[in-house]
Design a protein around this ligand. Structure first.
Ligand code: TYD
Ligand code: MG
Length: 461
């Protein structure tokens, strides 16, 4: 007889406890403990297996010199933006998790990628636990998808899916979504911590043993965690986030973890009637709605992975009508903006305590690198003094607490991109200017402090 025991598991982080707790001692989340009945016998062991190739099984330890080196085998998807985020294409035998809000376009993206690969003679198995075959077919027709290498299946039982993988022998499998999958003999309903964890582990084994690339879709909860438990991120090779604002047509694909490439890489797509289209030159799109002589607007040449993207940063400073000053920031870190406001109050003579202040980046991009400091502070100054910044100026530089402008990385790439997009002046940190030798027509202006830059950008009238 299988022994049963009741455990309580935190839905947010997977912490286990023998008794119910109001607050999880591990992650601090309230009211997340759920009852799970565990069968002692088959804990951690699952019956679901796929074996296309017996030889790949464990052969014991080997000396380093005995291991032959295989080039990572990558397949290009014909979607440059997607390939770049993955680090140069789909890696055979890798497990990739794509997270994002419901309705953002994860299924659409994976359908289109699958299609590209199927036309490239790859065999694809697309498993949906959320939509019926006819629903997917309808969508595929809208996306103009048709190929004999493309297999569809509506199923949520991993044991059945595993059998199908053995008979179809695909090069790539898409699981949409991990929250709908269930492993037989595992406790809990589909979507519970133990099911999601076990399903992911099973898929990992299928991917590694058979050199199949597996993509799993994960819905993000309100807290921003994939599938509730953060631990999913540790189990897979690559974690991508697909994000964007609901009312904005741009979608950004970011790598937050990648065993086969760099993180911080970003791909830009646009959602259209006929599916997702790649955006090869995002700067141009992000800047196309800028207006001349506007106050509170500046442009930064920021680095996203290996690519420079020029983005507009907007500030709006208005006197507070009553009560406390209101402050909001979207697309940039609020802490960073508060710090810059304090630096400018101290060193540049702005009085910001009684000012409401709002900040945003355009196009729904989120920029995190410190090199955006100078552009943020210039847009603040522009809005505060009501003086526009020249529309062909752009800025890079981190700002220190004494108002000094600090060195940033990859200055040459930033300058070249700004030059290419037709900007006439770029303000850069003084320490970055040493030994710069570039064949560009843009004027390069090195600055030492934030006060210097303000004097230069807003000359006395
Ligand atoms: P979907 O891929 O179903 O999102 P997810 O899998 O992340 O939940 O995307 C659904 C949204 O995308 C839906 O609101 C309609 C929109 N859409 C388009 O605008 N154009 C298209 O060609 C398709 C297929 C979807
Ligand atoms: Mg979907």
């Amino acid at each position: 007889m299988a022994k049963q025991r009741v455990m309580y598991e935190c839905m947010a982080c997977g912490y286990e406890s023998p008794k119910w707790l109001g607050r999880c001692p591990s992650c601090g989340a309230w009211n997340q403990m759920e009852e799970q009945i565990q069968h002692k016998e088959n804990k951690s062991k699952s019956q679901v297996q796929v074996n296309l190739n017996q030889e790949t099984h464990s052969q014991g330890a080997k000396r380093l010199s005995e291991i032959t080196y295989e080039e990572t085998n990558r397949v290009s998807t014909a979607f440059d933006e997607f390939d770049r985020v993955l680090g140069g294409g789909v890696v055979n035998g890798s497990l990739v998790l794509i997270g994002g809000d419901p309705g953002i376009g994860k299924s659409t993206l994976l359908l289109q990628v699958s299609m590209q690969l199927a036309q490239n003679k790859q065999r694809i198995l697309y498993v949906s636990g959320e939509e019926s075959l006819s629903q997917i077919k309808m969508r595929a027709e809208r996306l103009d998808i048709q190929s004999d290498n493309f297999y569809l299946m509506a199923e949520t039982d991993l044991a059945i899916i595993a059998r199908e993988i053995e008979s179809v022998r695909p090069d790539m499998v898409v699981i949409d979504s991990i929250q709908t999958m269930s492993v037989p003999d595992q406790t809990g309903v589909a979507g519970s911590v133990s099911q999601v964890r076990q399903a992911t582990a099973t898929l990992m084994r299928i991917a590694k043993d058979n050199q199949i690339a597996v993509f799993i879709v994960g819905h993000v909860t309100k807290e921003g965690n994939i599938a509730g438990p953060r631990m999913l991120e540790h189990m897979v090779d690559t974690v991508l986030y697909f994000e964007g604002e609901k009312h904005n047509r741009f979608r950004l694909l970011r790598a937050v973890k990648n065993r086969f490439g760099s993180t911080h890489e970003m791909g830009v797509f646009e959602m259209q009637d006929v599916g997702l289209q790649e955006v090869h030159n995002p700067s141009q799109l992000f800047l196309e709605e800028r207006i001349e002589n506007a106050t509170g607007s500046s442009v930064v040449a920021s680095l996203e992975g290996t690519r420079v993207i020029l983005t507009e940063i907007q500030s709006l400073m208005t006197p507070t009508v009553f009560g406390n000053a209101k402050r909001t920031a979207s697309g940039i870190d609020y802490q960073r903006v508060s710090l810059l406001l304090a630096v400018m109050e101290k060193h540049c003579g702005l009085l910001v305590q009684n000012q409401d202040a709002f900040f945003k980046t355009t196009g729904g991009v989120r920029i995190e690198e410190p090199a955006i400091d100078l552009a943020i502070s210039m847009s603040i100054a522009s809005s505060y003094w009501n003086r526009p910044i020249r529309v062909d100026d752009c800025f890079v530089g981190e700002i220190g607490l004494t108002g000094e402008i600090r060195r940033v990385s990859q200055i040459q790439e930033r300058i070249k991109e700004a030059d290419k997009l037709g900007f006439r002046r770029i303000f850069i940190p003084y320490s970055n200017a040493d030994g710069l030798d570039l064949d560009v027509s843009i004027e390069i202006i090195p600055t030492k402090t934030i006060q210097d830059t303000i004097r230069y950008v807003f000359p006395k009238q």
